[in-house]
Design a protein around this ligand. Structure first.
Ligand code: UDP
Ligand code: MG
Length: 345
């Protein structure tokens, strides 16, 4: 336990809220929610689920609206797609639980893990994150990409992001309040979780295969996310710029002395315009690169000072028993029927 004293919470009966960011998950969402509800029933008497529809272009929102009221599911619908990081933030803002757990809508995060997460919370941990163990079966792009990313982040040295821990995690109310107290608009959640600190522990898991459709994260989106993470939580690229600038200047100075000595004492003329052209191009390239990096940080500052809200909520639909009763019969998957039976018995 890293020498930290932890509070024992074994007698508490916490309210658990599970938040589920969903983008084009109409096919998967009802069985994911039913499955989560099924497990929550065994964990606590007080629980609810918040699905954040991140501007889906399919029927995700209407599927969630028509879920049986007994699944205790609130829908928060964005006015457009803002991205998973913002969907999680909105979920945290709309969660009432003493404990909040974040899970994907595509069924990749196994509800079986909830028992273990809750056990760790009872032992006194404030944040319990799932650490994926399946990197070796991933594409070499993702494997190497994540190595480079975590390597760069740890070089920055400001925060310690545990490798391979994603958004699948349990958070105590204290942690949720701390996360919500951060005003920044560039919400790189992995960094923010690490930044707030608290007693945290990882538990291993292997993600299940996606129940429907494809991952929303293309290679380009992953690179963008990694770059946002690096520029939001590390000043390493700026330091690198200064270090490269300083060493180039040093070598240029030494070379200058050499040229002068060579001219004065050994040769009549200084030969070689190709050297001049090549080095000019090189230095121009280095300068542009670092101006670009400066621009990235400037863009982050620009985003923050504009002071716009991070996302816009178009609708919040609470579970409503009367509404559900008067609705025409919606399609119910076998798993929803099983959970309803559970709830009624
Ligand atoms: N997601 C989201 N907004 C987006 C992209 C994804 O809310 O713009 C949700 C998605 O519905 C899923 C979770 O984030 O619940 C993880 O996305 P995905 O499965 O596409 O990513 P992967 O599992 O490959 O990391
Ligand atoms: Mg997924």
């Amino acid at each position: 336990m890293n020498g930290i004293t932890v509070t024992n919470r074994s007698n508490l009966n916490p309210h658990i809220t599970v938040i589920v960011p969903a983008f084009n998950e109409a096919e998967a969402i009802s069985s994911t929610v039913a499955n989560i509800a099924h497990h929550l029933l065994q964990l606590s008497q007080h629980w609810d689920i918040v699905v954040v529809d991140d501007g889906s272009r399919d029927q995700t929102a209407s599927v969630v609206r028509s879920l049986p009221a007994k699944l205790n599911t609130t829908l928060v619908r964005f006015s457009r797609n803002f991205g998973k990081e913002y969907a999680i933030t909105a979920g945290l803002e709309n969660a009432n639980g003493d404990i909040v757990i974040c899970m994907d809508a595509d069924g990749q995060h196994s509800s079986e893990l909830l028992v273990e997460m809750l056990e760790k919370w009872r032992e006194g941990y404030d944040m319990v994150y799932a650490v994926r163990q399946d990197r070796e079966v991933e594409s070499s792009f993702k494997r190497w990409g994540s190595k480079i990313f975590y390597g760069t982040m740890s070089l920055g040295g400001q925060i310690n992001i545990p490798p391979d821990a994603g958004d699948f995690r349990l958070m105590d109310r204290q942690v949720v309040n701390a996360l919500l107290s951060l005003p920044e608009r560039n919400r790189f959640m992995k960094g923010i979780y690490a930044w707030v600190g608290y007693r945290s522990i990882g538990i291993p898991y292997i993600p299940l295969p996606r129940s429907h459709g494809e991952s929303a994260y293309s290679k380009l989106k992953l690179i963008q996310l990694a770059w946002t993470g690096i520029t939001s939580f590390s000043v390493m690229p700026l330091r690198l710029a200064s270090a490269v600038g300083a060493s180039l200047a040093f070598f240029a100075f030494i070379y200058g002395i050499y040229v002068v000595i060579d001219r004065l004492f050994f040769h009549e003329s200084v030969p070689g315009w190709p050297t001049v052209v090549a080095s000019m191009m090189f230095f121009a390239g280095v300068q542009l690169l670092f101006i670009g990096i400066l621009g990235e940080y400037l863009a982050r500052i620009y985003d923050e000072v504009k002071g716009r809200p991070s996302y816009i909520v178009a609708e919040i639909a609470k579970p409503n028993i009367e509404k559900a009763a008067s609705k025409p019969k919606a399609f119910k998957s076998p798993i929803i029927k099983a959970v309803e039976k559970d709830l009624l018995s």
